[in-house]
Design a binder for this molecule. Sequence first.
Ligand code: ATP
Ligand code: MG
Length: 420
Amino acid sequence: MSASLDSAAPHTSADVAVETGPDGLGELCVLMKLGEIVLKGSNRHLFERRLQNNIRTAAKGLGEMKISQRKGVIMLRMPGASDLEVAELGERMCNVMGIVWVHLVRRVPKDVDAVTAVSLRAMAERTGTFAVRARRRDKRFPLSSFEIATHLGSAVREAHPHLTVRLKKPDNTLFVEVDKDEVFVFTDGMPGQGGLPAGMSGRALVLMSGGIDSPVAAHRMIRRGLRVDFLHFSGMPFTGPESIYKAYSLVRQLDRFQGNSRLYVIPFGKAQQQIKNSGVERLQIVAQRRLMLKTAEALADTLGGAALVTGDALGQVSSQTLTNITALDDSVDLPILRPLIGMDKTEIMDQARKIGTLAISELPDEDCCTMLTPRQVETAAKIEDLRQIEKRLDAAELAEHLASTVQLHRPSYFGSEETG
Ligand code: ATP
Ligand code: MG
């Protein structure tokens, strides 16, 4: 049987010409399944454009790439690239927000013999049980999904008698998806990040310590469509630069999820000393955190950030009691997003491990917050007391001054130096 399966829809443009290549295997491409983005109605095009830009950013340096947007899926081709290069592209796509599944697929003409040949090759090295899952995004296709699956099921069994069919929980699954211009054949998939394309929900500033929590908080908010800038307060000149190196490595790691990341660093040691000298005692930590937030707000104003993000989790440390969190909220007008507020430390650590930040966070450093920690930390800070202290310090002006001492770094995972 070598009939074309789609006489109704001839191949349309040179861009989508489908060839099986010299080895007859079909071109290796990356096929990605989108999540919530498909549900977004009339705004869909804006989201698709944002996602495509983010895909391009993540693929920087890999060579020429063609993006083809379909309904609910995106296909990436790198004509002339090696299989290894396409695999690298697929791995990078696993970090692009808004993508639910990433598959390395063979792109095959809409011809039964070609699809069968590629399917047989795909299953050749497999053992155990298998199932075929077929679907048609092109409903004009003359064979039903069921007919495609049964045809390929018997062809595979005949060619590879050691494989047996099992429809529920098979060891191997052969996926065959009929699209407008081609058929995709593949066997495996890698889970993507899900969520929404970075930048779609606006911009925010993450307060980034060298600890475990704030990188996880940043990842969560990027995943919900924010593009984030990072702000780190070092204890300098009273501490070494180690905490800055940590913040830099953490942001570099997180850069895989949005690209073109920016890290702002502010030396905070002298301001901490000033707070201490004003006689705050047990309120030192909360007063410091309020000054950090005020400074972050001043910086966010210049960056166009519409929210601040912190890694606070309720009750995890003494500055994170409900009363103290309320006192922190009081220090700024911008909303403070705390995506980890209801999480246990073990859950946060699991997440940090998954996104590749845990090992960096666990490196030793001199955290500016612990530098001047009083023996007893206030767990029920009174907002009025804090406001009095800030009046004495002229905290508003101090925050403006601190924001003006900021240093910009660009920790880039893929080595690009572009402005974002
Ligand atoms: P983390 O693990 O993120 O450091 P933590 O559990 O140690 O959090 P705190 O030290 O009280 O808790 O910090 C709470 C939040 O305040 C952090 O998640 C971060 O958003 C912000 N923060 C703390 N220290 C700094 C710093 N040096 N620079 C910037 N932000 C900071
Ligand atoms: Mg900390």
